[in-house]
Design a binder for this molecule. Structure first.
Ligand code: FES
Length: 109
């Protein structure tokens, strides 16, 4: 395995991403469906589906403290580290997003 981190370009800028009214969007990156979340001007990324029972996270919402809330059973996950803040013991994978002068990038590690 290479130690080189592969970054994928999502857009030229954050403004190019079509977030819904809840600040959520779904994009495909290298064949993977990803949820993007805009909270306090920062972009976060996690898988398309909830680790509990596969709810579509982009159909949920972001609460005031920066948790993504799954629309199916309302489990909450911290967007920074994927911690299941509502306490059911699941973990949401998160991906690094980087805003650079030449665009918005994500790594899928
Ligand atoms: S499927 Fe997301 S909380 Fe159950």
């Amino acid at each position: 395995m290479s130690s080189h981190t592969q970054w994928y370009k999502l857009a030229e800028s954050v403004n190019e991403i079509e977030f819904n009214n809840n600040g959520l969007a779904e994009v495909e990156v290298n064949g993977k469906n990803i949820t993007l979340a805009l909270h306090n001007g920062k972009v976060f990324a996690c898988p398309q589906k909830c680790p509990h029972a596969g709810g579509t996270l982009a159909a949920g919402y972001i609460d005031a403290t920066g948790n993504i809330v799954c629309p199916v059973h309302r489990y909450k996950f911290n967007l920074i580290n994927g911690y299941n803040t509502s306490g059911e013991g699941y973990h949401l994978k998160t991906y690094k997003v980087d805003v650079r002068e030449d665009g918005l990038f994500i790594t899928l590690l």
